[in-house]
Design a binder for this molecule. Structure first.
Ligand SMILES: [Zn+2]
Length: 190
């Protein structure tokens, strides 16, 4: 007995391809929508090896700083290195007027649409690059932004706001706030 393939997969949206990687006018390769991606869509996880800041410095500090940024801040002690075990998320370019953002959720980073993204449009997010104060002048140029948007700040570096602690530039995600779970708190005894 022969079976016909079903005309529609059980979950039609499950295997939809949202984007493809091709050369970008911003820089190198970029990620482009191949269909309309509605606002709020989780596009891809930012995959890569989990490493310590020291290991990140060892891997990248002495290297050519003009390399694409592959490091992503996960927490104080961990970065994601998309240079190893990474996926297409590492090709998503920075823009100062992005159409996506990065969300930190349960120790994973996801790229999500913050507007409806039309087919053919390059998917971008703001890298919020963190760099040490003493190296900002140099890195500002190394990580110059060519996004070409009206509000381009000229660099992928995050404007100075908080104390920097990292020796290697890394991307940073917003933390998605969930409803605060009830938790016990103790008064500190003096
Ligand atoms: Zn820009």
């Amino acid at each position: 007995m022969r079976y016909n393939r079903p005309a529609m997969p059980t979950h039609p949206r499950a295997k939809q391809i949202l984007f493809r990687v091709r050369r970008s006018p911003i820089q190198g390769k970029g990620v482009f929508a191949v269909r309309r991606i509605p606002k709020g869509t989780r596009i891809i996880e930012y995959a890569g090896e989990r490493i310590t800041p020291d290991e990140a410095a060892r891997r990248y500090l002495e290297d050519d700083p003009g390399l694409p940024v592959l490091l992503f801040d996960l927490n104080k002690n961990t970065l994601i290195d998309a240079g190893r075990n990474g996926n297409d998320a590492r090709f998503v370019n920075h823009s100062c007027e992005p159409n996506a953002e990065t969300i930190l959720e349960k120790a994973r980073i996801y790229i999500e649409a913050i507007r409806d993204i039309e087919p053919g449009t390059e998917i971008t997010y703001d890298y919020h690059l963190d760099a040490p104060r003493r190296e900002r002048a140099r890195l500002k140029k190394v990580y110059a932004c060519r996004c070409g948007t009206a509000s381009c700040r000229g660099t992928m570096l995050e404007p100075l706001r908080r104390r920097t602690r990292r020796r290697t530039p890394a991307k940073a995600a917003r933390t998605k706030r969930r409803s605060p779970a009830p938790r016990a708190s103790a008064r500190t005894r003096r």
